[in-house]
Write a protein that binds this ligand. Structure first.
Ligand code: HEC
Length: 192
């Protein structure tokens, strides 16, 4: 240790050139004035190698995750058929593509039903005029208790001609064909 000469307490005098003990000590590896690298647990080259290895490992794991994820099967981020189906039927049951229920979901989306009812799984079906159709398949009474449902056929009769089952009901006959009504009911039956 060597102290700088002080002309007055607290005041530093100019250093005499070359008079310091540190002069000539090679300062390698340390970030500050003092080189502690001799005390490091790992040598700089080991640390550099570990850094590069960690980077390669990260990229490799990320690449593997992307490759192993079926959602990237098409080569871009999309989703599996199941995941995409789940989005289409968000809030409702995942529908078997091509099934009567899936067709019913497509049909109901094009009908005035969606303007009056909130229907899980049907994008844009957020009507507030009639009851929310979530759980409709589990109901044994509909239309405020006026209509008893003991089979899907009863539900079909209702959507084909509501007033025939409950005179004066505000729900209109929207003019479904028998086939449309069958498929819509197949879909409604998934809303348990
Ligand atoms: C103009 C609005 C309107 C349209 C369009 C409409 N509904 Fe309704 N719906 C209602 C109203 C209001 C009720 C309640 C009727 C009642 O209590 O008498 C209802 C009741 C129902 C119910 C019974 C629900 C329950 O829990 O009580 C079902 C099922 C239903 N509608 C399905 C449909 C389907 C399917 C369509 C399309 C084919 C449709 N609705 C079109 C207004 C509508």
């Amino acid at each position: 240790m060597q102290s700088d000469p002080e002309t007055a307490p607290g005041a530093l005098a100019a250093r005499p050139a070359g008079a310091l003990a540190e002069t000539g000590v090679p300062l390698t590896g340390g970030a500050g004035l003092f080189d502690h690298s001799a005390h490091d647990a790992f040598s700089p080259s080991t640390v550099r190698l570990a850094g590069v290895a960690a980077l390669i490992l990260t990229v490799a794991v990320a690449a593997w995750l992307v490759g192993a994820n079926p959602a990237f099967e098409s080569g871009k981020a999309a989703g599996t058929a199941n995941q995409l189906g789940a989005v289409a039927a968000a809030g409702g049951a995942a529908l078997e593509p091509g099934s009567a229920a899936a067709e019913g979901a497509q049909i109901i989306a094009t009908k005035p039903c969606v303007g009056c009812h909130t229907i899980p799984g049907i994008p844009g079906a957020n009507g507030q005029v009639g009851p929310n159709l979530a759980g409709v398949a589990s109901r044994t009474k509909i239309a405020a208790g006026a209509v008893t449902i003991s089979s899907p056929d009863d539900l079909k009769k209702w959507i084909l001609n509501p007033a025939a089952l409950k005179p004066g009901t505000p729900m209109p006959n929207v003019g479904l064909t028998d086939d449309e009504a069958t498929k819509i009911v197949a879909f409604l039956e998934t809303l348990k």
